[in-house]
Write a protein that binds this ligand. Sequence first.
Ligand code: FMN
Length: 176
Amino acid sequence: MSIFGSKESVKDKKSLVIYFSRADENYAVGNIEKGNTEVIAEYIQDITGADLFKVEPAKPFSKNYRECCREAMEEQRQNARPVLKKYLEDISNYEVIYIGAPIYCGTMPMCMFTQLEKLDFAGKIIKVFTTHEGSGLGNVVSDVKKICRGAKVLDSLAIRGSMVYESKEKVKDWIK
Ligand SMILES: Cc1cc2nc3c(=O)[nH]c(=O)nc-3n(C[C@H](O)[C@H](O)[C@H](O)COP(=O)(O)O)c2cc1C
């Protein structure tokens, strides 16, 4: 049976979380040791047993919030595809791919574009999640749909960055 026709829930399928997250100085919650999106990625791993792949630009963003914003805006202006520390090359073993990112200036940081464009998403199930401070999902779902051709994008989840530690139940409900 096609994976799209299956009666199993997504939580029964072999899944992977591809995400970006930045610790250091944060917009809402001061200096943090673990990024907000990473907290959600680890909830998903805990709930589903998913594998995690963290997207890391070869040149990390500044630890300083304002400087990081400047860098992110410049990357977006240039429609850059930053070089990554390592690349995920093959997702053929996975049926469900969770794609997670903080909202940077309305969408994902450009390093997520670098990684997603390298992969073949045909036939995959995608669930998008974001953390943000007001923009919700921003343009992430439409950008993911443009890049990840041939995938079925299911309902998405947006969580306020400052609320991630109170959001595990929300994540559980969403995964069901
Ligand atoms: C460079 C930069 C740009 C941001 N742009 C937005 C934005 O456009 N809209 C928004 O709601 N939040 C924005 N934020 C806030 C982040 O999306 C939010 O703090 C998020 O939870 C950070 O996730 P992380 O800790 O996993 O990196 C921005 C933060 C940074 C550092």
